[in-house]
Ligand binder design. Structure first.
Ligand code: NAD
Ligand code: UDP
Length: 313
């Protein structure tokens, strides 16, 4: 049994990670300030004596004797991370410093939930880990992108300078049940709009692309990364290489909700919205023996099912 700390444990990804690590017999602590996460995501775990939910902000130090730390605390949807951009930078940077300090002190292994956003609006396609990215440091998305880039810098330097055992996962767009209906991300928006017979809002002309990974594939990738030997630190891309235009996504969602009367409408493209995104996952295949197994359509069916139930209740 390992003692594992998950920051952002009450969020979309964090709650599935808590579930997975508890099911493997570990002792799990979720640390969350409930900004974008919710107690309802982890309510079903609270009766497990090996699970603890702690309300805490990662910009403040935290101490606990643990063997592993998954550092996930940070709002992930553009709407949420741009709500208070200074706080977003603090969460990424001070959160990383506090969790790395803890890892150093208790000799824990620590994994950072980094992002494909470190590649910005990428000029190399598909994105390989060696690509340094194309990020506007003063744009609206910078609080998230640069915060995550600074966190990677902190992680690698704690490894170089203090021999802290680190892992960096560059996570590509992930979706599934427990995304918040008002989260603002494209998959939750389109599904909720279609279920409510409201217009489907495509930003720009819908020709921009994203690659969508189902939550269970990501969780498998993260756990495999944590379990690699100390010599492998990453960064490693974890995503599904299936690439779709946003227009294709809208059409797919509508085809899976045939009773919907929603029409597609076009709205202005947000500032610095990346034009293309697709992971090269050769490194993950090689080092983690991992690849995604849930195709977009199957993942969408599960997610639509979840939103149907949530919106009804
Ligand atoms: P989420 O918003 O559902 O989860 C983030 C969690 O962190 C929430 O529970 C929130 O309350 C908590 N949090 C935020 N600020 C905090 C703070 N200062 N102190 C303590 N807790 C705080 O988002 P998610 O999709 O589950 O993302 C989890 C992590 O994965 C994030 O770090 C995100 O950047 C990263 N990521 C996600 C995606 C994706 O597509 N979902 C892609 C790339 C990277
Ligand atoms: N998007 C859209 N309509 C929406 C929400 C998002 O067309 O209602 C677009 C958005 O402009 C972007 C893509 O979908 O091009 C993915 O957006 P999301 O916020 O989910 O993720 P990110 O931009 O961070 O990859």
């Amino acid at each position: 049994m390992k003692r594992i700390l998950i920051t952002g444990g009450a969020g979309f990804i964090g709650s599935f990670l808590c579930e997975r690590l508890l099911s493997e017999g570990n002792d799990v602590i979720s640390l969350d300030n409930y900004f974008t996460g919710s107690k309802s995501n982890i309510a079903h775990l609270l009766s497990n004596p090996y699970f603890e939910a702690v309300r805490h902000d990662v910009t403040m130090p935290f101490f606990a004797e643990v063997d592993e730390i998954y550092n996930l605390a940070c709002p992930a949807s553009p709407v949420h991370y741009q709500y208070n951009p200074i706080k977003t930078v603090k969460t990424s940077v001070m959160g990383a410093i506090n969790m790395l300090g803890l890892a150093k002190r208790v000799k824990a292994k620590i994994l950072q939930a980094s992002t494909s956003e470190v590649y910005g609006d990428p000029k190399v396609h598909p994105q390989i880990e060696e690509y340094w990215g194309h990020v506007n440091p003063i744009g609206k998305r910078a609080c998230y992108d640069e915060g995550k880039r600074a966190a990677e810098t902190l992680f690698i330097n704690y490894q170089r300078q203090n021999r802290v055992r680190i892992k960096i996962a560059r996570i590509f767009n992930t979706y599934g049940p427990r995304m918040m209906p008002n989260d603002g991300r494209v998959i939750s928006n389109f599904i909720v709009q279609a279920l409510h017979n409201k217009p489907i809002t495509i930003y720009g002309d819908g020709s921009q692309t994203r690659s969508f990974q189902y939550i269970s594939d990501l969780i498998e990738g993260l756990v495999r990364l944590m379990n690699t030997g100390d010599e492998f630190t990453g960064p490693v891309n974890i995503g599904n290489p299936g690439e779709f235009t946003i227009r294709e996504l809208a059409e797919k969602v509508l085809s899976l909700i045939p009773e919907s009367t929603s029409e597609i409408i076009y709205k202005p493209l947000p500032e610095d919205d990346p034009t293309q995104r697709q992971p090269d996952i050769s490194l993950a295949r090689k080092k983690l023996d991992w690849k995604p197994v849930v195709p977009l359509e199957e993942g969408l069916v599960h997610t639509i099912e979840y939103f149907r139930k949530t919106l009804e209740s």
